[in-house]
Design a protein. Structure first.
Length: 163
């Protein structure tokens, strides 16, 4: 079975330097040591304890950074490539993901979210493919409500980081 999805991309452009934009994102996202966090999550004996561990790890945007990929690094190594800064951040919140996956297991294919930050001619661009657009075709109000809330958190974070 193949399912066609129509994805909406939110983008904002910043006139700030690349590193300053990344610092703005970092202000809203927790950046825990993932090995330590995984150990803490595994060690919990109740959902309430698990929630406390997650709440302690997220930032003000209710998100944490799971992984950062420096997509510009390979271009910087190639003398024939146009070198520019581009980073992909994988971020989310396991509690939000749980809510979505309970209603629509396929939501696990789209969460955690991906944020792309890169230098462009007009400034530093921050882009995010909205969770609502990924999940709209499932037509389940519970998951769409959670996805809308997540989209608001991410787009607010990107807008604030862009300044």
């Amino acid at each position: 079975m193949t399912k066609q999805l129509s994805v909406q991309r939110f983008s904002v452009v910043s006139s700030k330097p690349f590193e300053e934009v990344l610092q703005g994102l970092e202000k809203g996202m927790g950046r825990p040591d993932m090995r330590v966090l995984h150990g803490q999550m595994t060690a919990t004996s109740s959902f309430r304890e698990y929630e406390k561990v997650i709440h302690a790890a997220v930032g003000s945007a209710d998100l944490m950074e799971f992984l950062r990929l420096d997509l510009g690094a390979p271009m910087g190594k190639d003398p024939n490539a146009k070198s520019f800064k581009i980073v992909r951040i994988i971020a989310g919140n396991p509690l939000i993901m749980k809510q979505m996956v309970e209603s629509v297991p396929d939501a696990g294919s789209y969460a955690p979210v991906k944020i792309l930050v890169y230098e462009s001619k007009d400034g530093v661009r921050l882009s995010y493919d909205t969770m609502v657009s990924y999940l709209a075709s499932y037509d389940k109000s519970a998951v769409l409500e959670v996805a809308r809330s997540l989209d608001e958190k991410v787009t607010r974070l990107l807008t604030e980081a862009a300044g």
